[in-house]
Ligand binder design. Structure first.
Ligand code: MG
Length: 298
């Protein structure tokens, strides 16, 4: 195996870290290096081509996907449709992407309560569909929010333990998603999301990483996923410069991120959240091939 200098240094850094951290401290970091990771690909329902859900699932299955990620809006009325369409297939619902009302850390208490109620309802839907979790962004930049310190305290002491318990009861999770600074200032790093999960103290609170946002915020894909550790339960993927299909931007590279996922023994999905420059009938299977090849190299 040949390693370029960047990969060699990254590998050395991880090996070195494991050498200096005693077992208990390493375990406390949330990583589970002993577990063998899997690459399970998922695609957002809106990204997959096809006239209806059945046709989308046929294509995704043919291309080797194991998950589909629906948007949360209106999903409560579609539980039966999904259950019927997925019967007898290898593919399952990976995660539910947002779709709730209100804003978890809004400066307006009414908006916060609306979010609490709406997220709990969607967690029941996510649980019924067997999803790993419901994706939640605490607040976008355009939404008036509480001051940062107050927002974090409210999340870890009040909001997340409450919705997290509801999630756990329904066999699913809240998945906090860090975004890039153009979209959200409150939560931008996977490590920060994981620390919020830890401090909320609820088994129903987890986080995710999105390669697209990570391009602009993280200094290391490898470090980011390792910092997510056992709290990391979903990943979004897109091309790195324009958020198109993986492989459509020059130099699209996920190897170090995948190495991080391998390091933590990642068991959940890597889900396509992206546009496409070319015809999806070609660009999606090409992306699958690229990702499988990069996973092997990681
Ligand atoms: Mg995303």
């Amino acid at each position: 195996m040949s390693l370029n200098r960047r990969e060699f240094l990254a590998t050395s850094a991880v090996t070195g870290l494991a050498a200096v951290l005693p077992g208990a401290a390493w375990a406390a970091s949330g990583a589970e290096p002993a577990r063998k990771a899997v690459l399970k690909l998922s695609c957002q329902e809106g990204v997959a081509p096809g006239r209806d859900l059945g046709e989308k699932l046929d294509l995704l299955e043919k291309w080797g996907f194991e998950g589909i990620e629906p948007h949360g809006r209106g999903l409560a009325d579609r539980i039966g449709e999904f259950q019927n369409a997925l019967r007898g297939r290898r593919i399952r619902v990976s995660a539910v992407c947002a779709g709730f009302e209100g804003v978890p850390i809004s400066s307006d208490p009414e908006e916060r309560e609306k979010a609490r109620k709406s997220i709990k309802e969607l967690l029941e839907v996510a649980g019924a569909l067997g999803a790993t979790g419901l994706i939640v962004v605490p607040a976008f930049n355009r939404q008036p929010a509480m001051p940062h310190q107050e927002a974090r305290q409210f999340l870890v002491e009040d909001f997340l333990p409450d919705v997290g318990e509801h999630a756990h009861k329904h066999g699913t999770r809240v998945l906090l998603e860090p975004l890039n600074r153009r979209e959200a200032y409150f939560l931008r790093l996977v490590a920060d999301a994981a620390a919020i999960c830890r401090d909320s103290g609820s088994p129903g609170v987890a986080c995710m990483g999105d390669f697209w946002h990570m391009t602009w915020e993280e200094t290391s894909d490898l470090g980011a996923f390792i910092s997510g550790g056992a709290y990391l339960h979903h990943v979004h993927i897109a091309s790195r410069k324009r958020r198109k299909m993986p492989g459509e931007d020059e130099g699209d590279d996920y190897v170090l991120g995948f190495r991080g996922l391998k390091w933590i023994g990642y068991q959940d999905f890597v889900s396509f959240e992206c546009g496409s420059e070319g015809d999806k009938m070609q660009t999606i299977p090409a992306a699958v091939k690229l990702l499988r090849e990069q996973w092997r190299r990681a």
